[in-house]
Ligand binder design. Sequence first.
Ligand code: NAP
Ligand code: GDD
Length: 339
Amino acid sequence: MPKTLITGISGQDGSYLARILVERGHEVYGAMRRGSTAKTDRLQEVNVLDKIQMCTMEITEYANVQTVLSDIRPDYIYNLAAQSFVADSFHFPHYTSDVNYMGVINLLEAVRLLKLDCRIYQASTSEMYGDVLEKPQSETTPFNPMSPYAVSKLAAHSLVKNYREAYGLFATSGILFNHESELRGLEFVTRKITSWLAKVKLFNHEPLPLGNLSSVRDWGYAPEYTEMMVKMLDHERPDDFVISTNTEYTVREFLEMAAREIGFDPVFEGEGLKEKCYDKKDGKLIAYVNPKYYRASDVVYLRGDNSKALNELGWQPKVLTPEIARKMAAYDLQLLNRK
Ligand code: NAP
Ligand code: GDD
């Protein structure tokens, strides 16, 4: 039975990945950082909490990382732990770098020094393309990061490549474009939209404040993307792969699709800071632009060329953005109705 360690087990991707690996017969160890309570809601939601072994690991502490790895001696490590919210990285650049970059040094050094024979997956990101130098972006597109988050992830990405080449580690980086789901954190724009609009609909909650509505993303479905993480580590050799849908939608379009699913008939009025979204049925304001949600510098266009994953891993995304918006909106309505 292969032993697999997942860092960031309590996050969106950690939960879906744990479910896939449990189904495949892996002995799964889930690493969590210490907290006043264990964050296990998502693991319960996907029904794997009692099928995995939890351990405490602080990725920023080398000695702790080494101890955990030497106790488990995993065959596979999926490093998903990160300060993953781009907007917060402008407020916490040191902390973001400690977790997202120094944490990766700790993992790679521990694997090297313990001489572990294991395969490592690093969660790289389309944010590394930043102010994009090519459309769409592929594995050969130069990086041009625009946030402390993206800089930290690019440093980690480069280090993984370096350890692969210098020490022959089986270390793969998945350059994943945005992926969303019913378990997405409430601070990311898709889930912020679906969870908030459900409250506007059911509880007459105040309208939804948003930042840049014209930002373009290539949104895929997290359960599918975590399957691709497993495929990447099962591949014959370590490499970098873009995982994306090669489609594009603006935040405004996502808002419109989610609003329809929730039962509004959205119309937009005004431009820039004055842009507002109303329900045509009764003229009610449902969303508006608030500059508080603008970023110091924002990535305004991401669209991934997934041909390498298609050719080498047989990747074909099935769930695309309109269906994701419908699924997430329906889930949030149902969740509130249950309450
Ligand atoms: P997420 O929901 O924010 O989960 C992040 C996980 O990292 C959580 O389990 C979190 O623990 C953990 N973590 C944070 N700081 C930590 C620390 N100091 N020590 C140990 N663990 C820590 O993120 P996600 O969407 O699942 O993404 C998974 C990974 O993929 C991340 O590395 C992210 O940067 C990357 N990524 C995500 C996307 C996307 O669109 N979702 C795209 C590309 C790359 P707590 O629960 O305790 O906070
Ligand atoms: N969060 C948020 N909140 N974003 C908003 C808002 C708002 O109110 N209004 C507009 N946006 C815009 C942001 O400015 C950004 O351009 C876009 O919506 C997406 O923002 P997020 O959903 O926060 O995601 P992200 O693209 O910054 O980062 C996510 O995807 C990356 C992959 O490209 C995260 O999951 C990262 O961890 C991941 O690496």
